[in-house]
Write a protein that binds this ligand. Sequence first.
Ligand SMILES: C[S@@+](CC[C@H](N)C(=O)[O-])C[C@H]1O[C@@H](n2cnc3c(N)ncnc32)[C@H](O)[C@@H]1O
Length: 198
Amino acid sequence: MSLRHAPATLRNRDPILAVLRRVLPRDGTVLEIGSGSGEHAAYFAAALAPLRWRPTDASDRDFASITGWAREHGASTVEPPRVLDAISDTWPTGRADAMFSANVIHIAPWAVTEGMLRGAARVLPSGAPLVLYGPFMREGTHTAASNAAFDADLRRRDPSWGIRDLGTVADVAATHGLDLDDITEMPANNLTVVFRRR
Ligand SMILES: C[S@@+](CC[C@H](N)C(=O)[O-])C[C@H]1O[C@@H](n2cnc3c(N)ncnc32)[C@H](O)[C@@H]1O
């Protein structure tokens, strides 16, 4: 089986899950953007059933890993993965009751953040959460030396990548009718942040 494993997932999945239990609806569908290996999708879906999990990614290269992890966790509420480019203005996924995305907006051009926020405004009903996990700057400053080094490394790899400032993301989110509602500190200087559709 072609299961891909990201070591950080074992460290961050339970702290993220604790936030998801608090902010997600009890049922309905969570649309995930940039599911990658699918480890989060399977773990969260198994813990949060009957909530359905809709994994997507811009590329289908790891779709076998997504379905493999879902099988491994016995997570029958994980839907078959679909190709979704967050930048696109036509997402092939319909409405959702919540959105989740981990470790995507800093490892992608800024246009992906903008596309994700525009898309959240299109697919979420009023009051629904958009949950983002990853490193953020606060008021233009890195929260740890390790994040500053990570940011420099990302920008070396691709100048369009980089750790985003939470205030800047929140300002753009507000223009799309999404208000920053909750910030939870996570291990290794990451955050889980929750926006709510107005
Ligand atoms: C660092 S991985 C994170 C994977 C997973 N969410 C995790 O936390 O382990 C970033 C993911 O974002 C996806 N991605 C990059 N650009 C994207 C876009 N425009 N739309 C949707 N996904 C994108 C990549 O294909 C990759 O799977």
